[in-house]
Design a protein around this ligand. Structure first.
Ligand code: ATP
Length: 269
């Protein structure tokens, strides 16, 4: 599955230009993180990946097909978007109903709904909560409920918008295991996050947005080595990376172990 943005510009009807000519190709199954300060245009950009928003100018191609050829409902079967705020997504009286809503809309056979429900509920940790009202869930559980509802459609691409928001360490671990499981199933996960520790723990490719543009796109080590550009875009590297850079280490590191190794290596030189 490949998503391609060609000179994408977007302005909300009420305001100025938010996306200012984005060119990007995201494909394969390697999870991709999109980072950048508040208001950089991350959510606006990813809402173009399944047609929730349509370009003011430029093109969005999904596997080479122009997004304009199909409705958002049709694209959503291929590219699932998990909203930043669960309350924008949840509207039914139970977790089970949320999970089964999409499949029932497309008249999925009952047997398949049951099969998917079991797998998804287990993966997102909701097996014991299926009959609960989403309003009675904790903020973290609500997020996993929205993720589960999108996973039930088994799309090829999953977009997670700020999944780490409101999560504790356990929640972050579950998120990482979901992303890993999806990669193993051949899915492409695209995740917006402000949590740099989370980002460097499982995303090799990182895209940095600033002021409606992509200003960096590359491997985590390359991106976080660009300290001046990151400073200008108000993106702070993970603490251990910052300490290593402050200590003058040439290698970009993301863990204490890597920091100690790099320190040792430089001592030997
Ligand atoms: N529905 C809307 N109508 C008008 N302007 C909007 C709308 N949604 C977002 N914007 C504006 O577009 C710009 C980019 O917002 P967007 O939510 O895409 O940024 P972001 O990088 O995802 O930020 P955050 O990290 O805070 O979610 C901001 O200036 C925001 O105020």
């Amino acid at each position: 599955m490949q998503i391609e943005l060609k000179n994408l510009h977007y302005s909300y009807p009420s305001g100025g230009e938010v996306l200012k000519g984005i060119n990007l190709v995201i494909g394969g199954t390697e999870p991709v993180a999109i980072i950048g300060q508040n208001g950089a245009g991350k959510t606006t950009a990813v809402k173009h990946f399944n047609g929730i928003l349509r370009p003011t100018s430029g093109e969005v191609l999904i596997n080479g097909e122009n997004i304009e050829t199909r409705s958002t409902a049709q694209w959503s079967k291929k590219v699932g978007y998990v909203f930043q705020n669960p309350d924008d997504q949840l509207f039914l009286e139970s977790v089970r109903k949320e999970f089964e809503f999409g499949p029932r809309q497309i008249k999925m056979p009952e047997k398949e709904i049951k099969r998917r429900n079991e797998w998804v509920a287990e993966l997102v940790g909701m097996s014991e909560k299926l009959d609960m009202h989403p309003f009675d869930l904790t903020p973290s559980e609500k997020k996993f409920c929205t993720i589960g509802a999108v996973l039930m459609m088994d799309p090829d691409v999953l977009i997670f918008d700020e999944p780490t928001c409101g999560q504790d360490v356990q929640g972050n671990h579950r998120l990482l295991s979901i992303i890993k499981a999806l990669k193993e199933r051949g899915k492409l996960c695209i995740t917006i996050s402000h949590d740099m520790k989370f980002v460097v723990s499982s995303f090799r490719r990182i895209i940095v947005m600033c002021g409606g543009e992509v200003i960096l796109d590359g491997r985590a080590e390359e991106v976080f080595a660009q300290t001046e550009i990151l400073k200008k875009s108000f993106v702070a590297p993970p603490p251990v990376t910052k300490v290593a850079q402050g200590a003058g280490l040439k290698k970009t590191v993301f863990t204490t172990e890597a920091f100690m190794e790099a320190l040792e290596d430089e001592r030997k030189v």
